[in-house]
Design a protein around this ligand. Structure first.
Ligand code: MTE
Ligand code: MO
Length: 326
């Protein structure tokens, strides 16, 4: 089994929590995913086996990207997640309701791409991908990532601070919030089998207060692990907000709109009691259906085999963001 070689220290086998040999061992890998499927949907079983048969498949379409490593975020005090595992365990409801949507997501058309920056701004602009890459210098940041479902990972993103777009757009004094809208075309983004898409508030939207968008940590990612984003991670550009639950990080963004009122967002519209607009990582505030005190780090095997660690307030990024919520 050949692997794409990207010479980054955190991808070397000896730096991995689990030696590469373990997840590359096909039998072990399939066994793990089979366990998963029994816990979830038995129907997904056959698909799961083929999807993990060749890790390279999950990285199809990527191109290498150059970025300077931001020394402040050079490591996240945790071992970086194996990139094949991260690329085969995703949430992307446009392509299905399970974690195994990476094959469906290959249908996302990313070239050409247009990102519209609009709303209450003095400098509205529509960027194509080349414009974005040539306008905003890329940097690399290793961030912890915490999903509201209590799984977590650590990944090196490539991108630029959201503040760069904020400054370029020059919002008017009426702009208090920003709304991100993800790509949506019912012919392509077919959604989950259940509930069917027409009962869900697509397109996926997310939002922030302007001060949150201006925070140092708020990031637009155009890459991961030294290359462009695989489609299932939200190519070609997605939001990354490491102190908030993962659902705040809208994928495959087509529109950034500055607005006066708090915008509607996908999960908050579906279930406002479970998914708050603010959605900061707060271990002491349980989800109505589970505790948020612990999280499981994506690893090989079934989720029940993954290492559990305590969840930290603001996902450990309080030094950067606590002021926003004082
Ligand atoms: N457009 C869109 N963005 C999305 C989602 C989604 O379903 N659609 N899922 C969110 C959730 S719940 C999480 S945890 C992260 C998962 O990102 P990853 O698959 O790259 O790990 O994407 C977020 N962004
Ligand atoms: Mo999530």
């Amino acid at each position: 089994m050949a692997f794409i070689h990207i010479p980054k220290s955190w991808q070397l086998p000896e730096k991995m929590a689990t030696p590469e040999a373990v997840f590359l061992n096909r039998r072990k890998f399939i066994k793990g995913f089979a366990g998963f499927s029994i816990a979830g949907s038995a129907l997904a079983l056959a698909g799961c086996q083929t999807q993990v048969a060749d890790g390279e498949e999950a990285l199809q379409g990527i191109k290498s990207l150059n970025a300077r490593l931001n020394p402040t975020f050079a490591d996240a005090d945790r071992t970086v997640t194996n990139q094949i595992l991260a690329a085969t365990y995703n949430n992307f409801y446009e392509f299905g309701g399970s974690k195994h949507i990476w094959q469906n997501a290959q249908a996302l058309p990313t070239e050409p791409w247009q990102l519209e920056v609009t709303g209450l701004v003095n400098q509205p602009r529509t960027y194509d991908l080349d414009d974005l890459l040539s306008t905003f210098p890329l940097e690399e940041r290793v961030y912890r990532f915490r999903c509201v479902e209590a799984w977590a990972m650590v990944v090196p993103w490539l991108g630029f601070p959201m503040n760069a777009i904020l400054e370029a757009a020059d919002p008017t004094s009426d702009a208090k919030f920003v709304q991100f809208t993800s790509y949506y075309d019912p012919q392509v983004t077919k959604g989950p089998t259940f509930p069917p898409s027409q009962f869900l508030p697509f397109p996926y939207t997310e939002g922030l207060r302007i001060e949150e968008m201006a925070n140092d940590l708020a990031f637009f990612a155009v890459g991961i692990y030294g290359h462009t984003l695989p489609k299932q991670h939200g190519a070609p550009i997605r939001a990354v907000l490491p102190w908030k639950y993962g659902f705040k990080g809208a994928k495959s963004i087509v529109k950034i709109e500055f607005v006066a009122e708090q915008p509607a967002t996908f999960w908050n519209t579906i279930s406002p009691g479970e998914y708050k607009f603010e959605a900061n990582v707060e271990p002491d505030v349980p989800h109505p259906r589970w505790s948020q005190r612990q999280e499981r780090l994506i690893g090989p095997g079934s989720q029940f085999e993954w290492e559990q660690v305590p969840t930290l307030l603001y996902n450990g990024y309080g030094d950067y963001v606590a002021d926003l919520y004082a």
